[in-house]
Design a protein around this ligand. Structure first.
Ligand code: SF4
Ligand code: SF4
Length: 381
């Protein structure tokens, strides 16, 4: 395993970590064998955002005295209603869930992550409320080692980093989320193809965020490095053909300030497949070939570039597509977190009035209206 500094925290993370979401609902024996495999392979950072008591207890039990050998990202504001994942900004509820997590983890969580800072409301309700103060108190008391946050939105992430409160950020990074041709370069990209040299198509705000993190020494840990499986799927890859797991990991690890990539694994075999990355040659990890052949795969595929905005109904079209694309991977088993995220949007696909202005602006021929209806159908209930 290779270890990298996590920003200014003074801690070092294995470059491959464990996202624990897919352990939710699994039998204890499976949780234990997956965790055993992670530790045996040198993984020392886990993300546990799930609010369920059972999965938290399973993980703690599987770790046992090895709790001290790993670092945990625990999320402040991740709660549930019934068995559904939810986000709360209600301080007593937030405290109840986080303090339960603390207790289960032996009274200490390495990184207290302010959960899901994706909108202005999220930002205000966390950073300008008692929740940020709560995180500070947790740190002062020594219940958490460092304050962090999670986000999928570069604009909000920039605001959060600029508060100078967080030392670590969990952010969704992969080539599909990152390639955002600017207005000037869209057609250049289409005409010339996405060759490695032109792969400056990282959306400027994302590039700014990565730079800011590096500048402020805020370590980044990565979620959704495989686009929830979309990028490694022959059918769903937006690049015409699938990337390998190693190429996705390598891409994320190549971004500035990134310390660790935390793919979700639910079996020992999946853990071992992912850590194979460490044994591969540079040529086997290189992703530029696939990205340079991208032209044929573009049409009809959403690149989350928001070139179609503004929407008169204020739908965040790119975000709806991100959730829809993940849901379409396996409509029989849509991750509860994706459904919850979609339902938390202020303006969902159901608000679409079919005005067509987005479709006229989209450079990739995405059938937005049809997709808004699909999103509502798959994720709205
Ligand atoms: S619908 Fe088109 S313009 Fe809008 S985010 Fe997707 S690819 Fe970009
Ligand atoms: S067609 Fe629907 S999604 Fe597109 S801009 Fe109009 S209201 Fe928004």
């Amino acid at each position: 395993m290779i270890y990298r500094e996590i920003g200014k925290t003074g801690k070092k993370a294995s470059i491959i970590g464990l996202g624990c979401e897919h352990l939710d609902g699994k039998p204890y024996a499976q949780v234990q064998s997956t965790i055993d495999a992670a530790l045996a392979n040198g993984i020392n950072i886990f993300d546990i955002f799930m609010p369920g008591k059972e999965v938290r207890e399973h993980i703690a039990q599987a770790l046992g005295t090895r709790r001290k050998d790993i670092m945990i990202q625990g999320h402040i504001g991740s709660t549930n209603i019934g068995q559904q994942y939810d986000i709360s900004r209600d301080l007593p509820v937030v405290q109840r869930f986080f303090e339960e997590h603390l207790r289960i983890c032996g009274g200490y969580i390495d990184f207290g992550m302010l959960f899901f800072i994706d909108s202005e409301d999220d930002y205000k309700n966390v950073f300008e409320s008692g929740i940020a103060d709560y995180a500070l108190k947790l740190k002062e008391k020594g219940d958490i080692g460092h304050i962090g946050f999670s986000s999928h939105n570069p604009l909000m992430a920039i605001k959060a980093v600029n508060t100078n409160l967080p030392e670590i950020m969990l952010f969704s990074i992969n080539p599909a989320f990152d390639i955002i041709p600017t207005e000037e370069s869209i057609f250049t990209h289409l005409d010339n193809g996405f060759n490695a040299d032109s792969f400056v198509g990282i959306e400027p705000k994302r590039a700014e965020l990565y730079r800011l993190c590096e500048q402020k020494n805020v370590g980044i840990t990565v979620m959704k490095a495989l686009g929830a499986g979309k990028l490694i799927s022959p059918e769903h890859s937006p690049f015409g053909k699938p990337l390998t797991v190693a190429q996705c990991i390598h891409y994320a690890l190549s971004r500035p300030a990134v310390a660790s990539v935390l793919p979700g694994s639910k079996t020992p075999e999946e853990v071992r497949d992912i850590v194979q990355y460490l044994t591969l040659s540079d040529a086997e990890k290189d992703y530029t070939g696939i990205l340079s052949a991208v032209r044929g795969g573009l049409h009809g595929s959403c690149f989350y570039c928001s070139h179609c905005q503004p929407c008169p109904s204020q739908i965040d079209i790119a975000t709806v597509h991100k959730y829809l694309d993940i849901a379409k991977l396996d409509t029989a088993q849509i991750p509860p977190s994706i459904r919850a995220h979609y339902q938390n949007l202020t303006h969902r696909g159901s608000a679409c009035t079919e005005c067509k202005s987005c479709e006229n602006r989209c450079p990739f021929g995405v059938p937005v209206i049809e997709n808004m209806q699909k999103a509502e159908l798959l994720l709205g209930y």
